[in-house]
Design a protein around this ligand. Sequence first.
Ligand code: AKG
Ligand code: MN
Length: 196
Amino acid sequence: MKLIESQWNELPGGRLLWLPNYFTSDQASDYHHQLLEQLAWRQDRIMMFGKKVAIPRLQAWYGDASYTYSKLKLEPLPWTSLLKTLRAHCERAADSRFNSVLANLYRDGQDSNGWHSDDEEELGINPVIASMSFGAERRFLLRHKMSSEKVEVNLTSGSLLIMAGETQHHWQHTIPKTKRFVEPRINLTFRKVLVP
Ligand SMILES: O=C(O)CCC(=O)C(=O)O
Ligand SMILES: [Mn+2]
């Protein structure tokens, strides 16, 4: 299934707002370069089958609250002025507040993000997640947990995708590897971490 742009897509057990040209390509390219330079990119490792393995992308975590992800506790860095500007865009588009952002850097087509839901306890029930993309275009797939129905989106540079409602309960998502030659891509996922 493909999404209809610029309106809420009501899925079985979730809702998605897809804004493919939220920024112009010049603006997106400018942000891509600034984020590449400014963010404190790091190679995190997680435990898998009793072994420490490097996750297949670089990451950085900014905001007001720490976040535990695959048993990896990320301490936040303070907001940069660019991240604050981009957060304001997401808050307006999503009509929600965000206190944190996970930044992902996919260096090439071998970098990826496996099937998962953003369903960590500290995000609460029915979290709103706003996802911005800059740089190379990558395929994003969503798969319904019960029916296996798929939604496919090409995440263009300068796009904004908002996942809301029950999406994280009923759907998983992934950025698959690709054999195509692809330039680096930066993704920012704005979230609201509930601080106890
Ligand atoms: O890179 C993307 O578009 C998705 C990132 C993602 O799903 C995540 O960080 O949880
Ligand atoms: Mn995710």
